[in-house]
Design a protein. Structure first.
Ligand code: NAP
Length: 251
C-alpha cells in the first residue's frame, strides 16, 4: 500500500461513477472510510457501496445536489454523523457541456457555474472550519485542463474550471498555516461517461494532439488525488497538478 489512510474519513462528491468512483475505491483500498456522494445515480452509488462493504471496506452513499448550499452542508453532516470528522474532501462533482458561443445561453452558464464552482465552494465551506479547528485537513478539487487554456466550444465549462484553479490557489494559501492543504488536479481527456459528449472523430483528434497518444484512465487521476491527500505531498499547497499526457504544460 503506497499510503496508509486508515482512520481517515473521506467525502468524494460525484463518487457514483467515473473519476469520483475510481477515487473512492482507491481511498477505501488504502484504508479510508468513504462517503460517496451522488445526485441522481442512486443505484450506482448503492452498488459501489455494496461492493466496498463486501470487500471489507467502510462506505456510505449520501444523496445531495452540491450546487445547493443546504444540501452540501447536510452531506457533510451525514458523513460526520455516520463516519466521523471529515479529513479528506474531494470536490469531484461536475458537469461538462459542449456548445459553441451561439449555442449556449444564460441557463447553461448558470447551471455550469452552480455545480462546478458553487458546489466546490459550498462543500469546502462545510468542512473547512472543522478542519481548521482540528488542525488537519486535505481538500483536492478536480479542475480540468480546460481551466488552463482556451476552449472556444466549452466557454462556460472552461471558465468554471479556471475558477476552481483560482479558488484552490487562494484557499490553499489561506489555510496552509492551519495544516489544511488545498490542491487541485487538472486532467486532460479521461475515459468516463463525460466523453459521451464527443463523437469518434473528435475523440480521434484529441488523441492525436496528445503527445502520449492515448486517453487517460480514471485510476490515474485517483493516483494523483491520493498523492495530494497523503503526507508525501506535504509541501504542496494551492497547486494544480496537470495530467494530460503532455497536452498542456504549465509555464
Ligand atoms: P461523469 O462520469 O459525468 O461523472 C460526474 C459525476 O458528478 C457523477 O458522479 C455525478 O453524479 C456528479 N454530479 C453531477 N452534478 C452533480 C450535483 N449537482 N451534485 C452532486 N453530484 C453531481 O464525469 P467524470 O468524467 O468522472 O468527471 C468528474 C470530474 O472530473 C468533473 O468535475 C469533470 O469536470 C472533471 N474532468 C473530467 C475529465 C474527463 O475527460 N473525464 C477531464 C477533466 C476534468 P450523478 O450521476 O448522481 O448526478
Amino acid at each position: 500500500m503506497p499510503y496508509d489512510f486508515s482512520n481517515k474519513v473521506a467525502v468524494v462528491t460525484g463518487g457514483s461513477r467515473g473519476i469520483g468512483l475510481a477515487v473512492a475505491q482507491q481511498l477505501v483500498a488504502y484504508g479510508a472510510k468513504v462517503c460517496i456522494n451522488y445526485n441522481v445515480s442512486q443505484e450506482r452509488a448503492d452498488q459501489a457501496v455494496n461492493q466496498i462493504r463486501e470487500a471489507g471496506g467502510e462506505a456510505i452513499a449520501v444523496q445531495a445536489d452540491v450546487s445547493e448550499q443546504r444540501q452540501a452542508r447536510e452531506l457533510i453532516q451525514q458523513a460526520e454523523q455516520q463516519l466521523g470528522p471529515v479529513d479528506f474532501l474531494v470536490n469531484n462533482a461536475g458537469i461538462f457541456d459542449v456548445a459553441a458561443h451561439d449555442e449556449f445561453d444564460e441557463q447553461m452558464w448558470h447551471r455550469t457555474m452552480k455545480i462546478n464552482v458553487d458546489g466546490v465552494f459550498y462543500c469546502s465551506w462545510a468542512v473547512k472550519d472543522g478542519m481548521v479547528a482540528r488542525g488537519y485537513g486535505r481538500i483536492v478539487n478536480i479542475a480540468s485542463i480546460a481551466g488552463l487554456e482556451a476552449k472556444p466550444y466549452a466557454i462556460a465549462y472552461a471558465t468554471s474550471k479556471a475558477a476552481v484553479v483560482g479558488f484552490t490557489r487562494s484557499l490553499g494559501q489561506a489555510l496552509a498555516a492551519d495544516n489544511v492543504r488545498v490542491n487541485a488536479v487538472a486532467p486532460g481527456l479521461i475515459d468516463t461517461e463525460i466523453l459521451d459528449g464527443f463523437d469518434q472523430t473528435q475523440k480521434d483528434h484529441l488523441i492525436n494532439i496528445t503527445p502520449s497518444k492515448r486517453i487517460g484512465q480514471a485510476g490515474e487521476v485517483a493516483n494523483m488525488v491520493s498523492f495530494l491527500l497523503s503526507d508525501e505531498s506535504d509541501f504542496t499547497v494551492g497547486q494544480t497538478m496537470v495530467l494530460s499526457g503532455g497536452r498542456v504544460n504549465l509555464p
